[in-house]
Design a protein around this ligand. Structure first.
Ligand SMILES: [Zn+2]
Length: 413
């Protein structure tokens, strides 16, 4: 063996030895591994990014498994702890650490928490998704608003597309769109039904239509009235209040039996509701919500306390009826007054007089809107005779609907 060969052999032995030592070191320090998994099941590692919706209350849960690479055993659950902070109420990027520990062995990874906005704004349409608009009346949108969890009020950024031809009966669609600063977009539509709103006196001469309407209930005599109406299969309209707490379930009963449940007022306190336009609608909305809760249906018909011609409101807000009659229409409501008064609001307490007043009134109109109060027993007691007379004389009793002709008084305030 010459010296050159010797050198090669020695060099080779040293290399092999070094490789062996390096291998032993590597094996010694990596015979195990930790694998991390986020809450949604995706596996994560050092420098991964997790997206979290702004406003979320807790950081995402991360779990880790410990696996011994020298055995074929499946991973064992490791204990995981998190360090660092992230402000989940503000959009941004935050770095936190997750440490997994198992039998004295640990591994820490750094994760970027990206707080993002994934929630689209909400658009609220005043007057609802479907409104009726009188033919030939200039269109004015009842109004809308938009709110976003991050950007707040976005009303001014709503765009409205679509047109309403008020000179042509039909259904028109308006599209409202808004996006927040994270480009989450919301689109809602409103159907506007343009149609001729006829006054009761001018339609179909010779008709004998009767809309019986009952204000101020439900109350103690409403159940009795419902049973009388069922006996003759007559459907009517209730302009309702919450003046008799404990009787709210009768709103559902009225609807169930096929009657129209309309809004009168929640409180019926003139000094409150007619103190301002806002106060009026606050009261109206409370009644609307109550009816919706009880019947599952949003009422579109309403009657002003005292009628649209009332002058009592002048004491609290001069001119308010002029504004309100316009504004309820803008918000998609149809209001009804009456053209036959039963006199049960103070003029009389006699059942016979109520019957006489109504029968006299019915004979003067093609289409009668009769005002009675189901909170007055003497008036409820008149209903059976009124129906018997009407049915015997060819009158048809109907509930008011959104397509019925409304009757309107003149505005006096
Ligand atoms: Zn009333």
């Amino acid at each position: 063996m010459n010296s050159k060969t010797k050198k090669v052999i020695i060099t080779s032995v040293i290399c092999v030895a070094l490789l062996a030592i390096i291998s032993i070191i590597i094996i010694h320090f990596s015979y195990y591994k930790f694998s991390f998994t986020a809450e949604d099941g995706t596996s994560i590692s050092n420098k991964s990014t997790l997206e979290v919706s702004v406003g979320t209350s807790q950081l995402p849960k991360v779990t880790a498994l410990y696996t011994d690479l020298r055995s074929n055993k499946n991973g064992a659950a490791a204990e995981t702890t998190m360090t660092g902070t992230a402000d989940l109420n503000h959009m941004g990027e935050y770095v936190v650490s997750y440490t997994a520990a198992y039998e004295g062995k640990t591994k820490t990874i750094d994760i970027t928490i990206k707080v993002v906005d994934k929630t689209a704004p909400t658009i609220t349409l005043k007057g609802g998704n479907e409104i009726t608009w009188p033919l030939d009346k200039d269109f004015a949108d009842p109004g809308y608003s938009a709110n976003d969890n991050v950007d707040g009020d976005l009303t001014s950024q709503i765009t409205v597309e679509g047109t309403v031809d008020v000179h042509k009966e039909g259904s028109y669609t308006l599209t409202y769109k808004v996006a927040d600063s994270s480009k989450n977009e919301t689109v809602v539509t409103r159907t506007v039904n343009v149609k001729k709103v006829e006054e009761a006196q001018t339609i179909n001469p010779g008709d004998k239509i009767v809309y019986l309407t009952f204000d101020d209930g439900p109350g103690p005599y409403t159940q009795k009235l419902l049973d009388i109406l069922d006996k003759y299969n007559v459907k009517v309209t209730f302009f309702t209040t919450d003046a008799y707490p404990g009787h709210e379930y009768l709103l559902a009963e009225e609807a169930k039996r096929g009657h129209t449940v309309a809004i009168h007022t929640y409180s019926h306190e003139y000094n409150e509701i007619y103190s301002s336009v806002d106060a009026y609608f606050a009261d109206l909305n409370k009644m609307k919500d109550l009816i919706k809760t009880q019947t599952g249906k949003e009422p579109k018909l309403m009657r002003f306390p005292g009628g649209s011609s009332n002058t009592v409101s002048k004491k609290y807000s001069p001119g308010i009826m002029t504004t309100l009659t316009q504004e309820v229409t803008n918000r998609g409501y149809l209001y009804d007054d009456w053209n036959v008064s039963s006199g049960d609001a103070g003029e009389t307490t006699s059942t016979e007089q109520v019957v006489a007043n109504v029968i006299t009134g019915l004979q003067k109109n093609n289409v009668s809107h009769v005002l009675q109060h189901d909170i007055k027993e003497f008036s409820v007691n008149a209903v059976e005779q009124i129906i018997q007379w009407g049915q015997a004389n060819g009158y048809k009793f109907l509930p008011l609907t959104e397509t019925s002709p409304m009757t309107h008084h003149g505005i006096l305030n």
